[in-house]
Design a protein around this ligand. Sequence first.
Ligand SMILES: Cc1cc2nc3c(=O)[nH]c(=O)nc-3n(C[C@H](O)[C@H](O)[C@H](O)COP(=O)(O)OP(=O)(O)OC[C@H]3O[C@@H](n4cnc5c(N)ncnc54)[C@H](O)[C@@H]3O)c2cc1C
Length: 470
Amino acid sequence: MDSRIGIFWLREDFRLTRNDALAYASQNHEKVITIYFYKKKLFEDRRAQKWWLFKSLENFKNDLDKKNINLEIIECESYQEGFKTILNQKNFSIYWNKIYEPNYLNFDQKISNLLLENKIEYKIFKGNLLNEANEIKKNDGTPFKVFTPFWKTAEKYYLDKDHHKKNTVKSKSSKINFSKNSIKINNILPKIKWYPKFEKYWKPSESEALLNIREFIKNEISDYGSNRDIPGVKGTSKISPYLAFGQIHVETIWEETQKIERKSNGYRKYINELGWREFSHSLINYFPQMLKGNLRKEFDKFPWQNNKKHLNAWKQGLTGYPIVDAGMRELYETGWMHNRVRMITASFLVKHLRINWTEGEKFFRDSLLDFNEANNVAGWQWVAGCGADAAPYFRIFNPILQGEKFDPEGNYVKKWIPEISNLPKEFLHKPWELDLSVKGFELGKTYPKPIVIHEEARNEALKAFKSLKK
Ligand SMILES: Cc1cc2nc3c(=O)[nH]c(=O)nc-3n(C[C@H](O)[C@H](O)[C@H](O)COP(=O)(O)OP(=O)(O)OC[C@H]3O[C@@H](n4cnc5c(N)ncnc54)[C@H](O)[C@@H]3O)c2cc1C
């Protein structure tokens, strides 16, 4: 055993299972500590996630306590600064798992140099993907820009390689303290009144993540192929916030799905969605410019509208299109939105309202508990038509038909927009066509009139898109 202290640097890996960096520290050092550098700024525009962070720290601390490993939180402006506060103590080695975002990977490089200069031993481990973000390339060595061939290659690559061992975290004989500057978890609790609602819907812990995925596999995965598009039923795994904070490793999800004896179409579709996650991470690492703007540069000339009134109506779920409004209200209430509805609400913003996708990206970043830079940026650019393998801009979702197709009984819109719940079914997705009076409902008073007319908005969007070609 190494007599130095083994530090596990915690970032987005709040788990004991398949946590290579923590397992390594615990297996090679008698004295182990977990350090979380709390960069306040990081969560200024990710306010929903600040609540998840707080809960994750609380729950993970309890899990670590059982292993006799302390969790210390050090507040800092930047990771660089955080490191400086511990570098005066030379008697440690430090370990962490990769985060597959260009900024993080660049920082790994930078901090490695500083640690080498200071003669501090460190090791960086594989992060929360099936394959490394830069492992999958075409035969000619260039990155894939189309999902299907990417995933065919990536899945085969993953299946063919030796899956890395499930390392376990070893219990220590006693806890130690390391930093004099550590702060209490309570200092992170967000002050806004928004978060208590999330308590109703989520328990951010590793055990809950595993429970969720097992229940999903037992009860829902076989129908995932069809139910994944129906926002009114629980047809998806809702594992995304746990993946974002690493309460579960995607290889654990993979392993759990391999226990299914009769692998249905639903299983296949589910694995494919994990593939989209791999694809987004591969894209942002090969094309980091897409984190700052359109991947397809011709979209730089798009005549976006700067309409605050429309943007606010969209954010507040007051556009007058029930499927759009229900999605935005689900997001505000629960910190999560169904994937089909993410596509519909995003499409409405960039096509019906012609507001730059970056505004939507920012709002989702702030409101989603599962915010993940790769999936969010790739998702938005996919919808806007300016990303890789994206839905063409000229294919414009009709929010009425989308609602009628994917929420035919109106269960979803009635749940999130109680003011329309008494309308007859045929008007639930187009309340402005109602020609009889319904108690408690008055268009323009209890629920807004549509802020744009679908046909007109569609024509304007197509005209704007055509202007790119001039
Ligand atoms: C505009 C827009 C923004 C998005 N922003 C995010 C985001 O910030 N964070 C995020 O995790 N996902 C994002 N997504 C992708 C997707 O909507 C969510 O991953 C999914 O809804 C999460 O719910 P779930 O865990 O029940 O998914 P399931 O259907 O159960 O899928 C399982 C997992 O597969 C992955 N996955 C599923 N769909 C996609 C997809 N389209 N792209 C990439 N990975 C996928 C996720 O990790 C998900 O947790 C976005 C999609 C769009 C259209």
